[in-house]
Design a protein. Structure first.
Ligand code: KIV
Length: 286
């Protein structure tokens, strides 16, 4: 399975076979290439790029042009993984026509194979319109970062009971509404593990968790959290599988030291004056 192209129906097959789906965000060519070669099933060009790539406080400022730009870079790197692009805040909420146009750009210009939208019952009609013209949609319920102001921050959802947005019963209904509208999978973010489990069990389509416990059909992490590429904050649900911040910082300090000491560049990094084959070989020119 590792080397075969992952397509949308494969995710349903993985759910049936109880084979967990591994998804990561990616925003550029080199990391997308690394993740694709490692066998990650799904790459998401998330609007989280506002926070992890640009240092903003939330995801709201991202534009469709920016997601198209990053999606193109990831699309060039990716051979096997399914590629999904996030629809940014207000690129799909104003009118279904906007949603169609913007989702179309992510697919035609960006090279995405599917789009992801945040919300449940409130966006079900838009999901229906997109899937009716064969634009595959992944939903996203629970802690939906585009609702940061309503939630009063990036807060765990589904702890209160009831039918209001963010409450436990409502979140399950939101996920079911997305499935009924034609979504092929749903991200469930920032909810207690028991709710993550309940949503995955009630849905026929795959439920992919982030901070939603271990009993879902797959997991997704923001690549910076997975790689230890953040300066300080690592959310409770994330596990750094590497320490790239520390590694990169050490490399920058070593470079700085060698430039100051004039030990870099060494002879082998300099172009020789003569053009003879031995000198060219030493200088790594060929
Ligand atoms: O934007 C993003 O990175 C996401 C993931 C957290 C699922 O939506």
């Amino acid at each position: 399975m590792k080397h075969e192209k992952i397509r949308i129906p494969d995710l349903a097959r993985m759910k049936s076979a109880r084979r967990p789906i591994a998804m990561l965000t990616a925003y550029d060519y080199p990391f997308a290439r690394i993740f694709d070669l490692a066998g990650i099933d799904v790459l998401l060009v998330g609007d989280s790029l506002a926070m992890v790539e640009r240092g903003e406080e939330n995801t709201l400022a991202v534009t469709i042009d920016e997601i198209v730009y990053h999606t193109r870079a990831v699309a060039r790197a990716r051979k096997r993984a399914l590629l999904i692009a996030d629809m940014p805040f207000l690129s799909y909420q104003i009118a279904p026509e906007d949603a169609l146009r913007n989702a179309g750009r992510l697919i035609k210009e960006g090279g995405a194979e599917a789009v992801k939208l945040e919300g449940g019952i409130a966006i079900a009609e838009t999901v229906r319109r997109l899937t009716a013209v064969d634009i595959p949609v992944m939903g996203h319920v629970g802690l939906t970062p585009q609702s940061v102001h309503r939630m009063g921050g990036h807060r765990v959802q589904g702890r209160k009971r009831g039918g209001a947005p963010g409450c436990r019963e409502r979140l399950a209904e939101d996920a079911l509404a997305l499935e009924a509208a034609g979504a092929f999978a749903v991200v469930v973010e920032g909810v207690p593990g028991s709710l993550g489990r309940e949503i995955a069990a009630r849905l026929r389509i795959p439920a992919i968790g982030i901070g939603a416990g271990s009993d879902l059909d797959g997991q997704v992490l923001v690549m910076h959290d997975m790689l230890g590429l953040s300066e300080t904050f690592i959310p409770r649900f994330a596990k750094p599988f590497a320490a790239l911040w520390k590694e990169a910082s050490g490399a920058a300090q070593a470079y700085l030291r060698e430039v100051r000491e004039r030990t870099f560049p060494a002879l082998e990094h300099c172009y020789p004056e003569t053009n003879d084959p031995v000198s060219r070989q030493v200088a790594n020119e060929d």
